[in-house]
Structures are given as C-alpha cells and as structure tokens.
Write a protein that binds this ligand. Structure first.
Ligand code: TPP
Ligand code: MG
Length: 344
C-alpha cells in the first residue's frame, strides 16, 4: 500500500505569526495567568501548534487549562493552573491532542492558497490523467440526487436544499448558520460562483447567518440572499430582523425547525449512545415574523416549499420560512460515511 503524504496549505491570513499568539495570550488572560512573553516569543512558542481548538473551547465558556504543543519541545507543558476544572478539561484536551497529532501534515506550505496550488501543480511529475476522478465526480453527483425529491413530511434536509438550489440563481447568495443543517448545506448545496455559499466553518458561531446575510445583501443588492439556520441559532440573533426590515433588505430566512440543537444530539448519540438536554420549544415563527413586520410562512407539506420560496424571494423585505425537518437522515449518513471507500 502506498502511503500518502499530506501537504497542508495554510492561508497566510491565519498563520501563527500574528494569529495564534493573540489567541494564546487571550487564553492566559481568561485564566488570570501572567503573560510576560513578548509577541515574538509567543510566535516562536506557538509556531506549528494548534491553538485554535482551545481558543474555540475558551470562547464557548470552557476554561482551557492545558495546551499541548505537538511541534515544539514544550509538549505537555502545563500552561494554566485551574485545578477545579482539571477533570473536565483533561478529557476534552486529550481528545483534541489526539486529533491534532493524527492530522499533522508531512509538509506545511504557508502561502496564498491559489498561488501555492498553481506552483505545486507545476512541480507534480508524471502523468496527470483525470480519468479516475470522473468516478468520484459521478459518486458525488449521485449523492446530490439522493432523497432530493422525497415527498415525506417533515422534509428531509436534502429535499429542502434541492428545492432551494432550484429556486436560486447561480449568482445568488446562501449563508449557512451552524449546526446539522450546515453539514447538509456543505454536502448537498453546490456553489456555482465564488463567494455564493458562505459558511462560518472555523469559529462556527451560531447566529452568524442572519447578520451575514444582511451584509451580503448590502454588498449585492441585486442578488437574492437566503440565510439558512437551525431553530436554535436563528433565535440567537433574531433581533436582526429589525435591521433588515428597517433597511428594507429582502433577506429570506429558511429555518430548519426540529425543536432541538440537533448537531449536539447527533454527537451525543454517536459518542455516548443517547442524547440529553438538547431539546427546546419554539415560538410561532410566522407570528414572530409578523411582529417584526416581516413575511412569515409555515411549510406544512413538501410541495409547499417552492411556491413559498418564490413568494419570499420576490418580496421587498425580510421573511421567515419555517420548515419542519426530519433529521433521521443523519444516522444513515453516519453509517454510510463509516463504510465509504474512495473510488480512486
Ligand atoms: C454561539 C455558539 N454556541 C454553541 C455552539 C455549539 N453548537 C454547534 S451546533 C449547535 C446546535 C445547533 O442547533 P440548531 O441551531 O437548532 O441547528 P441544528 O443542529 O438543529 O440544525 C451547538 C450548540 C456554537 N457553534 N456556537
Ligand atoms: Mg435545531
């Protein structure tokens, strides 16, 4: 078997020189620890380390007690002293360290991604036969079609996104929030033009989609803009409907309604065999829309979605389309991904 070398191309904009030391420092600050090192020393210390993971944990309210630095002599260094949180943090950080170690590239190229790939392409020797990739492309396209026209209710995520893609133009913009719906957007919503599918993939902050969609609409007033959210994330920044209404921006909010933080449930289910503490109830989204002076639609059958989208996309102001979603598809996806064999 041939071992594949992994080459990671890191965009210059996120490299340690400035980015990681800043985060590392903020982790220290959060834990009330002294930060005496200069920026240059921090940059040296954190070169090659993955400080982003702990920073995200910290942003989500966990106190990060310890940070292992895989590429430096400081491996295993205990950076903090918050004994009360040690047990919780140990488990999280242990998982994170294993993840970081398992994903170390053979070579890391820090550069503009486009330039780097063009340069690397020139260096690749031997035959560049694209034929094997056609099989992979076919497999991906087949998966895009799967359940895309399923009439079931609540709607399958694939059906919602298939109808949405059909109703939006190539230049129109979809912004995804964070949750299970985002994973389905990433898998089944093709982007045809640059910057037309916007996903907060690194920090993955719930509540991102509506404000980001407002910004997209301000930049491209001539394009349709759709914000896809889960019910949890949508309610985190719903007040921005007032902004959209005040500015007269036609942003269509498609809410995947499941009365739950589904991504949390999905992870709990796969890791612990059961889910707990991640359900909630929702307001009536149509009444909520009306309260903001926006249009509101309840989808009550799969065939409702397209006409409602057509009306909302043609409206002058913001709208909410409340779409009950059937996330039982997740389990099928988990099983399939566990067995998938790359055809090339
Ligand atoms: C501000 C913030 N808090 C918590 C999380 C962790 N988180 C990621 S997805 C998720 C659940 C999302 O639920 P919902 O918005 O209803 O979307 P669904 O998964 O149901 O599609 C949570 C709690 C996060 N990414 N951002
Ligand atoms: Mg939800």
């Amino acid at each position: 078997m041939t071992a594949l070398a992994v080459i990671r191309v890191t965009p210059v904009s996120v490299y340690p020189e400035t980015f990681l030391p800043v985060f590392a420092k903020s982790i220290y600050d959060m834990n009330g620890l002294p930060t005496t090192a200069s920026n240059a020393e921090w940059a040296k210390l954190f070169a090659g380390a993955c400080a982003i993971g702990p920073a995200v944990l910290a942003a989500n309210g966990c106190i990060v007690e310890m940070l292992r630095i895989p590429n430096s002599s400081h491996t295993g260094t205990i950076l903090g002293a918050v004994p009360a949180r040690r047990a919780q943090n140990e488990a999280l950080l242990d998982w994170m360290n294993r993840y970081v170690m398992a994903n170390q590239p053979a070579v890391e190229v820090v550069a503009d991604v486009r330039e780097a790939l063009e340069l690397l392409n020139g260096l690749v020797k031997g035959q560049k036969d694209p034929t094997p990739f056609f099989g992979l492309r076919r497999l991906i396209l087949e998966q895009l079609e799967e359940s895309a026209t399923d009439d079931g209710f609540p709607l399958k995520p694939q059906r919602i996104l298939h109808d949405l893609r059909a109703m939006m133009g190539r230049e129109d913009v979809l912004v995804s929030d964070v949750g299970t719906h985002k994973l389905w957007v990433a898998r089944t919503f093709p982007a045809y033009e640059p910057n037309t599918v916007l996903i907060s993939n690194g920090f993955a902050a719930m509540g991102f989609s509506l404000p980001a969609a407002i910004a997209a609409k301000l930049v491209h007033p001539d394009r349709k803009v759709v914000a896809v959210s889960g019910d949890g994330g949508f309610l985190m920044n719903v007040q921005e409907l007032e902004t959209a209404r005040r500015l007269g921006l036609a942003v269509v909010c498609v809410v995947f309604h499941d009365d739950a933080y589904n991504l949390t449930q999905w992870k709990q289910q796969t890791r612990f065999g059961r889910a707990s503490g991640a359900t909630f109830s929702n307001p009536d989204f149509v009444e909520l829309a009306h309260a903001f002076g926006a249009k509101g639609y309840h989808v009550t059958a799969a065939r409702d979605l397209r006409p409602m989208l057509a009306e909302a996309l043609a409206a002058a102001g913001p709208s909410i389309i409340d779409v009950p979603v059937d996330y039982r598809e997740n389990a099928r996806l988990t099983a399939r991904l566990g067995q998938i064999v790359c055809p090339i």
